[in-house]
Design a protein. Structure first.
Length: 150
């Protein structure tokens, strides 16, 4: 078994990330399927990741809860910035240059990304459960296309 360093097959060099920049779980560093089978050469790659059930309680706290909490705080800051920017526009009629819709677009953007962030952080655990299910269903590995889309 070859240990891969990036999202690439360690055997044939197939680049798994090409089509799916939003592959689940890899962003969490340690969380993900321990073995990914390359759909191109059918060989197994050890990832160094752990399934959520294999984490000890401290790791679980660090890699799941703390990151979620920071992610949610970060998202709330975005929303607060959006609301603040929106309020500035609503109460300050002197804003002409750049025009107020410019700020409103920013405000909506902040709120949108904040809301997405919260949604993503809440859905993290179900993604991880899904990875475990796939891992078990396949018999101890996850196909590269199941993780990365190819
Ligand atoms: Zn391969």
């Amino acid at each position: 078994m070859v240990v891969y360093t990036t999202a690439k097959c360690g055997h044939c060099g197939e680049n798994w990330t090409a089509l799916s920049p939003n592959a689940p779980n890899t962003v969490f560093g340690k969380l993900g399927p321990p073995v990914i089978r390359c759909a191109s050469c059918l060989k197994d790659n050890k990832t160094g990741y752990k399934l959520i059930r294999d984490l000890n309680p401290l790791e679980k706290l660090l890699y799941v809860k703390v990151k979620n909490i920071f992610g949610i705080i970060f998202s709330l800051v975005f929303i607060a910035m959006g609301v603040y920017t929106g309020n500035v526009v609503a109460y300050d009629e002197s804003i002409k240059d750049p025009p107020s819709y410019f700020y409103l677009a920013f405000a909506c953007g902040f709120i949108f990304f904040g809301a997405m962030g919260i949604r993503n952080n809440i859905s993290v655990e179900s993604d991880l459960d899904y990875t475990q299910e796939l891992f078990d269903k396949n018999g101890g590995f996850v196909w590269s296309y199941e993780m990365y889309g190819i």
